[in-house]
Design a protein around this ligand. Structure first.
Ligand code: ZN
Length: 139
């Protein structure tokens, strides 16, 4: 399974929980696990609350950790300006693994799957969902 998402960059948060749930539902797997994987090196996937204050907090924390406007060796090598985006992506990661229960991701009440795009320009992101059954399901 695979879906695509349009992003704006510069720490753009996109809630992809519905897309992930839909992809898991299409597999027909009832009990198991799903690997959700973002194909990119300047964005990240994580599980968090979809709350605007938290998003601003994370954006500010990442700006202190790896400022967008700082100079990075990557810029000299590639001629682009997204060194901060690569660092943030590498540290947060580009994958999450979710338990599947009753054919759906077994998330906590406030947990959402969030794609965060750090690049310096709008992008179209591809996310793959690979699910497997624990053996107790119907597939
Ligand atoms: Zn780059």
């Amino acid at each position: 399974m695979r879906f695509e998402v349009k992003t704006r960059g510069h720490c753009d948060f996109v809630d992809v929980t519905e897309e992930v749930s839909g992809a898991i539902g299409q597999t027909g797997i009832v009990e198991g696990a799903a690997l959700v994987f973002l194909q990119g090196t300047t964005a990240a996937l994580t599980v968090m609350e979809n709350e605007s204050g938290l998003m601003t907090d994370i954006k500010e924390a990442l700006e202190r950790f790896a400022p967008e406007q700082a100079d990075y060796r990557h810029h000299a090598r590639w001629g682009d300006r997204n060194g901060a985006a690569h660092i943030r992506s590498a540290v947060i990661g580009t994958d999450v693994v979710l338990p599947i229960k009753d054919g759906a991701p077994d998330l906590g009440t406030w947990q959402r799957v969030m794609l965060i795009d750090f690049d310096e320009r709008p992008r179209q992101r591809a996310v793959t969902v690979t699910a497997w059954s624990s053996g107790s399901g119907r597939t």
